[in-house]
Design a protein around this ligand. Structure first.
Ligand code: GDD
Ligand code: MG
Length: 343
Protein backbone atom coordinates (compact mmCIF):
# COMPACT_ATOMS: atom_id res chain seq x y z
CA UNK A 1 0.00 0.00 0.00
CA UNK A 2 1.29 3.46 -0.89
CA UNK A 3 1.32 6.23 1.67
CA UNK A 4 1.03 9.95 0.93
CA UNK A 5 2.84 12.02 3.55
CA UNK A 6 1.50 15.56 3.90
CA UNK A 7 4.55 17.76 4.38
CA UNK A 8 3.67 21.02 2.69
CA UNK A 9 2.54 23.20 5.61
CA UNK A 10 4.38 26.36 6.65
CA UNK A 11 4.99 25.26 10.26
CA UNK A 12 3.69 28.67 11.37
CA UNK A 13 3.33 27.81 15.07
CA UNK A 14 6.99 26.76 15.21
CA UNK A 15 8.40 29.96 13.72
CA UNK A 16 11.16 31.05 13.73
CA UNK A 17 12.47 27.45 13.98
CA UNK A 18 10.69 26.78 10.69
CA UNK A 19 11.87 29.99 9.02
CA UNK A 20 14.49 28.12 7.02
CA UNK A 21 13.53 24.49 7.45
CA UNK A 22 10.18 22.70 7.08
CA UNK A 23 8.68 21.35 10.29
CA UNK A 24 9.17 17.71 9.37
CA UNK A 25 12.92 18.26 8.82
CA UNK A 26 13.43 19.61 12.34
CA UNK A 27 15.57 17.26 14.41
CA UNK A 28 13.94 15.02 16.98
CA UNK A 29 16.70 13.60 19.16
CA UNK A 30 19.20 14.36 16.43
CA UNK A 31 17.27 12.85 13.47
CA UNK A 32 14.89 14.70 11.16
CA UNK A 33 11.28 14.11 12.20
CA UNK A 34 10.45 12.57 8.81
CA UNK A 35 12.86 9.70 9.51
CA UNK A 36 10.92 8.73 12.63
CA UNK A 37 7.69 8.83 10.60
CA UNK A 38 9.16 6.71 7.77
CA UNK A 39 10.65 4.22 10.23
CA UNK A 40 7.20 3.66 11.72
CA UNK A 41 5.70 3.15 8.24
CA UNK A 42 8.40 0.68 7.23
CA UNK A 43 7.82 -1.27 10.46
CA UNK A 44 4.19 -1.68 9.39
CA UNK A 45 4.96 -2.96 5.90
CA UNK A 46 4.69 0.26 3.87
CA UNK A 47 7.38 0.21 1.19
CA UNK A 48 6.65 3.29 -0.92
CA UNK A 49 5.80 6.83 0.12
CA UNK A 50 4.80 9.92 -1.81
CA UNK A 51 6.13 13.11 -0.27
CA UNK A 52 3.45 15.77 -0.73
CA UNK A 53 5.56 18.92 -0.70
CA UNK A 54 5.20 22.67 -0.95
CA UNK A 55 6.99 24.96 1.50
CA UNK A 56 10.76 24.44 1.22
CA UNK A 57 10.33 21.26 -0.84
CA UNK A 58 14.01 21.20 -1.72
CA UNK A 59 14.98 20.63 1.92
CA UNK A 60 13.62 17.08 1.65
CA UNK A 61 15.06 16.15 -1.72
CA UNK A 62 18.46 17.62 -0.82
CA UNK A 63 18.60 15.63 2.43
CA UNK A 64 17.67 12.33 0.69
CA UNK A 65 19.16 12.59 -2.81
CA UNK A 66 19.04 8.82 -3.46
CA UNK A 67 15.24 8.60 -3.47
CA UNK A 68 15.04 6.71 -0.17
CA UNK A 69 14.41 7.67 3.42
CA UNK A 70 15.79 4.77 5.43
CA UNK A 71 14.23 1.63 3.91
CA UNK A 72 11.46 3.52 2.13
CA UNK A 73 11.59 4.51 -1.53
CA UNK A 74 9.91 7.84 -2.16
CA UNK A 75 8.37 9.81 -5.00
CA UNK A 76 7.60 13.52 -4.73
CA UNK A 77 4.61 15.68 -5.66
CA UNK A 78 5.43 19.38 -5.35
CA UNK A 79 2.40 21.65 -5.42
CA UNK A 80 2.67 24.85 -7.45
CA UNK A 81 0.82 26.57 -4.57
CA UNK A 82 -0.59 25.14 -1.30
CA UNK A 83 -3.62 23.01 -2.16
CA UNK A 84 -4.77 22.35 1.40
CA UNK A 85 -4.83 18.92 3.00
CA UNK A 86 -7.30 17.40 0.48
CA UNK A 87 -6.11 19.27 -2.61
CA UNK A 88 -2.63 17.99 -1.78
CA UNK A 89 -3.89 14.40 -1.65
CA UNK A 90 -5.59 14.69 -5.04
CA UNK A 91 -2.54 16.37 -6.55
CA UNK A 92 -0.16 13.71 -5.18
CA UNK A 93 -2.43 10.80 -6.17
CA UNK A 94 -2.73 12.08 -9.75
CA UNK A 95 0.97 12.87 -9.99
CA UNK A 96 1.93 9.33 -8.98
CA UNK A 97 -0.92 7.31 -10.53
CA UNK A 98 -2.58 5.98 -7.37
CA UNK A 99 -5.59 3.79 -8.30
CA UNK A 100 -6.11 1.50 -5.29
CA UNK A 101 -6.68 2.13 -1.55
CA UNK A 102 -3.87 4.13 -0.01
CA UNK A 103 -2.73 5.70 3.24
CA UNK A 104 -2.50 9.42 4.00
CA UNK A 105 -0.56 10.75 6.96
CA UNK A 106 -0.07 14.16 8.51
CA UNK A 107 3.71 14.31 8.39
CA UNK A 108 4.04 16.10 11.72
CA UNK A 109 2.52 13.33 13.84
CA UNK A 110 4.69 10.88 15.75
CA UNK A 111 2.82 7.72 16.63
CA UNK A 112 3.07 3.99 17.22
CA UNK A 113 -0.37 3.39 15.68
CA UNK A 114 -0.97 -0.17 14.42
CA UNK A 115 -1.46 0.61 10.74
CA UNK A 116 -2.38 -3.01 9.86
CA UNK A 117 -5.29 -2.83 12.33
CA UNK A 118 -6.48 0.42 10.71
CA UNK A 119 -6.38 -1.17 7.25
CA UNK A 120 -8.32 -4.24 8.51
CA UNK A 121 -10.93 -2.00 10.11
CA UNK A 122 -11.32 -0.13 6.82
CA UNK A 123 -11.90 -3.40 4.94
CA UNK A 124 -14.54 -4.49 7.49
CA UNK A 125 -16.40 -1.19 7.46
CA UNK A 126 -16.60 -0.94 3.66
CA UNK A 127 -16.58 2.88 3.74
CA UNK A 128 -14.86 5.22 1.28
CA UNK A 129 -12.47 6.31 4.03
CA UNK A 130 -11.38 5.29 7.52
CA UNK A 131 -9.53 7.55 9.91
CA UNK A 132 -7.47 6.66 12.97
CA UNK A 133 -8.93 8.19 16.13
CA UNK A 134 -7.09 9.14 19.27
CA UNK A 135 -8.70 9.78 22.68
CA UNK A 136 -7.59 13.13 24.17
CA UNK A 137 -8.67 15.30 27.08
CA UNK A 138 -9.05 18.51 25.06
CA UNK A 139 -10.20 18.10 21.43
CA UNK A 140 -10.34 21.84 20.61
CA UNK A 141 -6.94 22.06 18.81
CA UNK A 142 -7.82 19.04 16.63
CA UNK A 143 -10.59 17.49 14.53
CA UNK A 144 -13.27 16.19 16.91
CA UNK A 145 -14.84 12.96 15.64
CA UNK A 146 -18.04 11.39 16.97
CA UNK A 147 -18.90 7.84 15.89
CA UNK A 148 -21.77 5.44 16.46
CA UNK A 149 -20.98 2.21 18.39
CA UNK A 150 -20.09 0.39 15.13
CA UNK A 151 -17.40 2.96 14.28
CA UNK A 152 -19.30 4.86 11.59
CA UNK A 153 -18.50 8.59 11.85
CA UNK A 154 -21.53 10.71 12.72
CA UNK A 155 -19.79 14.08 12.75
CA UNK A 156 -16.38 15.66 12.14
CA UNK A 157 -15.71 19.16 13.55
CA UNK A 158 -12.32 20.71 12.88
CA UNK A 159 -11.01 22.80 15.81
CA UNK A 160 -14.38 22.96 17.57
CA UNK A 161 -15.19 25.91 19.84
CA UNK A 162 -15.22 24.86 23.51
CA UNK A 163 -18.91 25.78 23.66
CA UNK A 164 -19.72 23.42 20.78
CA UNK A 165 -18.36 20.27 22.43
CA UNK A 166 -20.81 17.42 22.95
CA UNK A 167 -21.56 16.54 26.57
CA UNK A 168 -19.61 13.52 27.83
CA UNK A 169 -21.61 10.31 27.34
CA UNK A 170 -22.77 8.04 30.15
CA UNK A 171 -19.50 6.11 30.05
CA UNK A 172 -17.64 9.45 30.27
CA UNK A 173 -15.10 8.26 27.66
CA UNK A 174 -12.59 10.82 26.51
CA UNK A 175 -13.47 12.54 23.22
CA UNK A 176 -11.77 11.12 20.14
CA UNK A 177 -9.97 13.23 17.57
CA UNK A 178 -8.63 12.75 14.07
CA UNK A 179 -5.16 11.26 14.61
CA UNK A 180 -3.97 12.26 11.12
CA UNK A 181 -3.66 8.77 9.57
CA UNK A 182 -6.27 7.72 6.98
CA UNK A 183 -7.04 4.86 4.61
CA UNK A 184 -8.71 6.34 1.52
CA UNK A 185 -10.21 4.64 -1.52
CA UNK A 186 -9.75 6.30 -4.93
CA UNK A 187 -13.49 7.23 -4.83
CA UNK A 188 -12.57 9.94 -2.30
CA UNK A 189 -10.42 11.65 -4.95
CA UNK A 190 -13.54 12.34 -7.03
CA UNK A 191 -14.97 14.29 -4.10
CA UNK A 192 -12.03 16.73 -4.09
CA UNK A 193 -12.42 19.70 -6.47
CA UNK A 194 -9.35 20.06 -8.71
CA UNK A 195 -7.07 23.10 -8.95
CA UNK A 196 -8.01 24.88 -5.75
CA UNK A 197 -7.12 24.60 -2.08
CA UNK A 198 -9.41 22.09 -0.33
CA UNK A 199 -9.33 21.04 3.32
CA UNK A 200 -9.84 17.33 3.91
CA UNK A 201 -11.00 18.07 7.44
CA UNK A 202 -13.41 20.93 6.77
CA UNK A 203 -14.82 19.85 3.41
CA UNK A 204 -14.24 16.21 2.52
CA UNK A 205 -14.63 14.45 5.88
CA UNK A 206 -17.76 16.40 6.80
CA UNK A 207 -19.42 15.35 3.52
CA UNK A 208 -18.25 11.74 3.79
CA UNK A 209 -19.67 11.61 7.32
CA UNK A 210 -23.00 13.04 6.14
CA UNK A 211 -23.13 10.30 3.47
CA UNK A 212 -22.33 7.55 6.00
CA UNK A 213 -19.12 6.82 4.11
CA UNK A 214 -16.55 7.59 6.83
CA UNK A 215 -15.40 5.19 9.56
CA UNK A 216 -13.14 5.74 12.56
CA UNK A 217 -10.91 3.30 14.38
CA UNK A 218 -9.86 4.18 17.93
CA UNK A 219 -6.43 3.31 19.24
CA UNK A 220 -4.62 4.58 22.29
CA UNK A 221 -1.00 4.10 21.26
CA UNK A 222 1.72 6.74 21.63
CA UNK A 223 0.57 9.80 19.66
CA UNK A 224 1.85 13.35 19.40
CA UNK A 225 1.25 16.19 16.96
CA UNK A 226 4.49 18.18 16.98
CA UNK A 227 3.06 21.49 15.75
CA UNK A 228 3.77 23.84 18.69
CA UNK A 229 6.98 24.58 20.65
CA UNK A 230 5.57 22.70 23.63
CA UNK A 231 4.76 19.66 21.50
CA UNK A 232 8.08 19.80 19.62
CA UNK A 233 9.91 19.74 22.95
CA UNK A 234 7.69 16.88 24.13
CA UNK A 235 8.58 14.86 21.00
CA UNK A 236 12.24 15.04 21.97
CA UNK A 237 11.81 14.56 25.70
CA UNK A 238 9.37 11.63 25.31
CA UNK A 239 12.07 9.72 23.43
CA UNK A 240 14.80 10.80 25.80
CA UNK A 241 12.86 9.76 28.88
CA UNK A 242 11.46 6.51 27.44
CA UNK A 243 7.82 7.59 27.18
CA UNK A 244 7.80 6.20 23.66
CA UNK A 245 8.91 2.63 24.31
CA UNK A 246 8.62 1.43 20.70
CA UNK A 247 11.19 3.93 19.45
CA UNK A 248 14.61 4.33 20.91
CA UNK A 249 17.29 6.96 20.76
CA UNK A 250 19.73 4.69 18.98
CA UNK A 251 23.07 6.30 19.57
CA UNK A 252 23.27 8.76 22.41
CA UNK A 253 26.71 9.77 21.13
CA UNK A 254 24.98 11.53 18.23
CA UNK A 255 22.84 13.40 20.63
CA UNK A 256 25.35 14.46 23.21
CA UNK A 257 28.60 15.31 21.50
CA UNK A 258 29.16 18.69 23.06
CA UNK A 259 31.66 20.61 25.14
CA UNK A 260 29.99 21.02 28.51
CA UNK A 261 31.80 22.91 31.27
CA UNK A 262 32.06 20.86 34.47
CA UNK A 263 30.31 23.70 36.30
CA UNK A 264 27.35 23.74 33.92
CA UNK A 265 24.11 21.92 34.73
CA UNK A 266 22.51 20.05 31.84
CA UNK A 267 19.40 17.99 32.55
CA UNK A 268 16.87 16.17 30.35
CA UNK A 269 17.86 17.97 27.18
CA UNK A 270 18.95 17.19 23.65
CA UNK A 271 22.21 18.98 22.87
CA UNK A 272 23.20 19.25 19.21
CA UNK A 273 26.69 18.10 18.33
CA UNK A 274 29.42 20.69 18.47
CA UNK A 275 27.58 22.80 21.05
CA UNK A 276 29.40 24.54 23.92
CA UNK A 277 27.90 25.14 27.33
CA UNK A 278 29.76 27.52 29.63
CA UNK A 279 30.45 27.61 33.33
CA UNK A 280 27.42 28.02 35.59
CA UNK A 281 24.97 27.74 32.67
CA UNK A 282 21.78 25.75 33.20
CA UNK A 283 20.05 23.84 30.39
CA UNK A 284 16.90 21.96 31.28
CA UNK A 285 14.10 20.25 29.29
CA UNK A 286 15.38 21.95 26.14
CA UNK A 287 16.47 21.13 22.61
CA UNK A 288 19.60 22.74 21.18
CA UNK A 289 20.43 22.41 17.48
CA UNK A 290 23.94 21.72 16.30
CA UNK A 291 26.71 24.15 17.17
CA UNK A 292 24.88 26.22 19.80
CA UNK A 293 26.83 28.25 22.33
CA UNK A 294 25.42 28.89 25.80
CA UNK A 295 27.62 31.39 27.59
CA UNK A 296 28.47 31.47 31.30
CA UNK A 297 25.57 31.73 33.70
CA UNK A 298 22.84 31.63 31.05
CA UNK A 299 19.64 29.69 31.78
CA UNK A 300 17.81 27.79 29.02
CA UNK A 301 14.67 25.99 30.25
CA UNK A 302 11.76 24.52 28.23
CA UNK A 303 13.23 26.17 25.15
CA UNK A 304 14.02 25.13 21.58
CA UNK A 305 17.05 26.60 19.82
CA UNK A 306 17.80 26.16 16.12
CA UNK A 307 21.33 25.41 14.92
CA UNK A 308 24.17 27.82 15.65
CA UNK A 309 22.35 29.93 18.24
CA UNK A 310 24.43 31.88 20.76
CA UNK A 311 22.87 32.70 24.11
CA UNK A 312 24.84 35.47 25.79
CA UNK A 313 26.07 35.31 29.38
CA UNK A 314 23.40 35.37 32.08
CA UNK A 315 20.51 35.50 29.59
CA UNK A 316 17.39 33.67 30.78
CA UNK A 317 15.19 31.78 28.29
CA UNK A 318 12.14 29.97 29.64
CA UNK A 319 8.53 28.87 28.98
CA UNK A 320 8.63 27.60 25.42
CA UNK A 321 10.90 30.23 23.98
CA UNK A 322 11.96 29.47 20.42
CA UNK A 323 15.09 30.94 18.80
CA UNK A 324 15.75 30.56 15.07
CA UNK A 325 19.00 29.24 13.58
CA UNK A 326 22.03 31.51 13.76
CA UNK A 327 20.41 34.05 16.12
CA UNK A 328 22.25 35.83 18.92
CA UNK A 329 20.53 36.39 22.25
CA UNK A 330 22.26 39.31 23.95
CA UNK A 331 23.82 38.84 27.41
CA UNK A 332 21.34 39.32 30.23
CA UNK A 333 18.27 39.14 27.95
CA UNK A 334 15.05 37.57 29.27
CA UNK A 335 12.90 35.59 26.84
CA UNK A 336 9.70 34.03 28.00
CA UNK A 337 7.07 32.92 25.52
CA UNK A 338 3.41 33.07 26.35
CA UNK A 339 2.27 29.59 27.28
CA UNK A 340 1.09 27.81 24.15
CA UNK A 341 -2.19 26.00 23.72
CA UNK A 342 -1.85 22.30 22.84
CA UNK A 343 -1.71 22.85 19.05
N1 GDD B 1 1.23 19.22 0.79
C1 GDD B 1 0.56 19.98 1.66
N2 GDD B 1 -0.16 21.05 1.18
N3 GDD B 1 0.62 19.70 2.97
C2 GDD B 1 -0.07 20.49 3.83
C3 GDD B 1 -0.83 21.59 3.40
C4 GDD B 1 -0.87 21.89 1.99
O1 GDD B 1 -1.50 22.84 1.51
N4 GDD B 1 -1.38 22.18 4.50
C5 GDD B 1 -0.98 21.46 5.57
N5 GDD B 1 -0.18 20.42 5.18
C6 GDD B 1 0.45 19.39 6.02
C7 GDD B 1 1.25 19.92 7.20
O2 GDD B 1 2.62 20.09 6.84
C8 GDD B 1 1.07 18.82 8.23
O3 GDD B 1 2.03 17.77 8.08
C9 GDD B 1 -0.31 18.26 7.92
O4 GDD B 1 -0.63 18.66 6.60
C10 GDD B 1 -1.40 18.75 8.90
O5 GDD B 1 -1.37 20.16 8.96
P1 GDD B 1 -1.27 20.92 10.35
O6 GDD B 1 -1.18 22.37 10.05
O7 GDD B 1 -0.22 20.31 11.21
O8 GDD B 1 -2.73 20.64 10.94
P2 GDD B 1 -3.18 20.62 12.47
O9 GDD B 1 -2.17 19.98 13.33
O10 GDD B 1 -3.65 21.98 12.86
O11 GDD B 1 -4.50 19.69 12.39
C11 GDD B 1 -4.48 18.47 11.67
O12 GDD B 1 -3.86 17.44 12.44
C12 GDD B 1 -4.57 17.04 13.64
C13 GDD B 1 -3.83 15.86 14.24
O13 GDD B 1 -2.51 16.07 14.37
C14 GDD B 1 -5.93 18.08 11.31
O14 GDD B 1 -5.87 16.99 10.43
C15 GDD B 1 -6.73 17.73 12.57
O15 GDD B 1 -8.03 17.27 12.20
C16 GDD B 1 -6.02 16.62 13.33
O16 GDD B 1 -6.73 16.32 14.55
MG1 MG C 1 -0.21 19.29 13.05
Amino acid sequence: MKAILLLGGFGTRLRPLTGDIPKQMLPVCGRPMIEWVCEHLARHGVSQVVLSLGYRAEAFTAAYPRGRIGQLAYEVAVEPEPRGTAGAVRFAAEATGIDSPFLVLNGDVLTDLDIGALVSCHAEMGTEATIALQPVDDPTPYGLVVTDPSGRVLSFSEKPEPGALPRPGPRSDRPTINAGTYVLTPAVLDRIPADRAVSIEREVFTRLAADGMLAGSVSDSYWLDTGTPQQYLAANLDLLEGRRPRARVVDSGDVLDADIDPDACVRTSVIGSGSEIGSGAVVQRSVLGQGCRIEAGAVVCDTALGAGVTVGAAAILTEYSVVGSGEYVVPGARLRAVRQPAA
